[in-house]
Design a protein around this ligand. Structure first.
Ligand code: FAD
Length: 467
């Protein structure tokens, strides 16, 4: 076991958190925050020891629900399922007229908390319609070593830079997020219209996806396009291969390792969801998309929060599954996809599946999944770092929604530029002058200069043209 804190504290109120932050500042004790603990970027590792605040037990209450404004204010340790349950049952819980949804469903929904979503700038699987968490947050309160920060909580303002944006992405390194006010949405699952299409090629599918996002017909909710390698795996996993649907697909010339699967659903007001579904189908057909019914989407939905945990079982057999996600524009999407894939596949017997999700009119998130058997930790890290290098090399962001944590911080300076990193560091110095909040490399804020370059390993184990 490594990177454990010396003590774990379970605060039950905002005031208790404020006192703990003040204590750590006065005594220079490192302070880490544990939300749901689902960070995949080493965010919660207490690399300097000290205290970890675990918010899951006693800091999970709903503070207020406002149906007039359609907002909810909560303690930041509330879990995804508890928040969604409160909103779905708003008439029973708060005497509301309607049922509501939070609209934010990361794949880690069941094991993550609102505070973690906000400070890592997360994105849920339905973000193409509801927005990323940064679009859903209306107001925040932080306990920082130099005092309290409370943002306006208004839908818009023009009073200087946006403090909400400044705090989102701080990953526990500026202070502890205590209370959050979120926008909420009317809950109308019956209006959902599922779809799935198969396209003859990655290019045709990408063009269709872009056209859908730019059509001005509105945005679908779940919107997920798999590249050829992932498509073949999904068609097997979702039992489409071997069915009449699979047979028709092959007869029509949708070939293995070329065809691409687009799936998702539209939602919102009934007429809107239906019309968008219709427009989307028309665009898909114009790009040689063939409808596969809502069946693959149903299968995906069934495992949407559970499938990734297969990786824990596979680790017992020495097989590692890792993921990396990045923000891209439409015009450099193919360069990023091809470049990262060329590196990933240069290692023998390694699977590299990619999908596009969280789409915008100007681009999307590309999500890479790597599966392979690795002989040692060093071999795995060498491979992982090569992926990061290539993401940076082809101009994508180092993260679209997982955040930086302590994992990709050595790539941050080259990725965003020295001047921008200095802005982040000036903010860190303002909020946390003694560096007690999440110290040890978070978002490169306290990395010494010599560590702001990616670590290198001696001895490589496979050919890599990208170096
Ligand atoms: C299987 C799997 C699937 C995932 N899918 C997605 C996905 O679809 N979308 C997505 O966005 N992410 C995803 N993630 C990444 C992760 O779940 C998100 O980053 C999530 O938002 C983290 O929330 P958490 O509550 O678990 O935070 P934690 O892991 O507890 O913490 C994350 C970081 O935030 C800090 N932090 C947490 N709470 C607070 C607080 N109240 N105040 C200050 N700092 C705080 C921690 O110190 C840490 O640095 C996935 C992770 C896994 C394991």
């Amino acid at each position: 076991m490594e990177n454990l804190p010396d003590a774990v504290v379970y605060p039950g109120s905002k005031e208790e958190i404020e006192r703990i932050v003040a204590f750590c500042h006065e005594n220079s004790v490192p302070l880490y925050v544990y939300g749901g603990g689902s960070s995949v970027t080493r965010g919660v590792e207490a690399v300097c020891g000290g205290i970890t605040l675990d918010l899951r037990r006693r800091f999970t209450k709903v503070i207020s629900f406002n149906e007039t404004d359609q907002t909810i204010t909560v303690e930041s340790g509330i879990s995804g399922p508890d928040l969604e349950d409160a909103l779905n049952r708003a008439p029973e819980r708060f005497g509301a007229q309607r049922r509501y949804t939070c609209g934010h469903f990361p794949q880690s929904f069941e094991y993550s908390a609102v505070g973690g979503w906000v400070v890592t700038r997360g994105a849920g699987q339905n973000s193409t319609y509801y927005g990323n968490i940064k679009d859903i947050v209306l107001g925040q309160e932080y306990a920082t070593p130099t005092g309290l920060v409370k943002t306006y909580g208004l839908p818009a303002h023009a009073v200087g830079p946006d403090l909400d944006e400044i705090m989102m992405g701080s990953e526990g390194a500026f202070g502890v997020l205590t209370h959050v006010t979120l926008r909420v949405f009317r809950y109308m699952p019956k209006n959902r219209r599922k779809f799935s299409y198969i396209f003859p090629s990655w290019e045709a599918a990408r063009n269709a996806a872009r056209e859908i996002m730019q059509s001005e017909a509105g945005h679908p909710s779940v919107f997920r396009l798999s590249d050829p390698e992932e498509t073949d795996v999904m068609l097997k996993l979702y039992c489409v291969e071997g069915t009449p649907l699979g047979f028709v697909m092959s007869k029509l010339g949708y070939k293995r390792m070329q065809r691409c699967l687009l799936l998702g659903w539209t939602e919102g007001q009934r007429g809107f969801a239906r019309n968008l579904r219709r427009v989307l189908g028309k665009i898909a057909r114009q790009h040689k998309g063939f409808p596969l019914t809502g069946y693959p989407t149903k299968k995906w939905e069934h495992g949407r929060f559970r499938d990734p945990y297969l990786r824990e079982a596979l680790q017992d057999y020495g097989i590692i599954i890792d993921t990396m996600e990045c923000g891209v524009r439409w015009d450099n999407m193919e360069a990023v996809h091809a470049g990262v894939r060329a590196f990933a596949k240069s290692r023998p017997r390694t699977i590299c599946m990619t999908h596009l999700s969280h789409a915008y009119p100007q681009g999307a998130n590309l999500y890479f999944i790597f599966i392979g058997r690795f002989e040692s930790k060093e071999e795995f890290l060498e491979y992982q770092y090569g992926i990061f290098d290539n993401i940076q090399k082809y101009g994508a962001s180092m993260s679209h929604h997982h955040g930086v944590g302590k994992l990709t911080s050595p790539w941050v300076k080259d990725s965003i530029g020295e001047n921008q990193l200095e802005v982040f560091r000036a903010l860190k110095h303002h909020f946390d002058p003694r560096n007690v909040m999440n110290p040890g490399g978070t978002v490169a804020l306290d990395l010494p200069d010599e560590q702001t370059r990616r670590p290198r390993f001696a001895g490589r184990t496979w050919d890599d043209p990208a170096y």
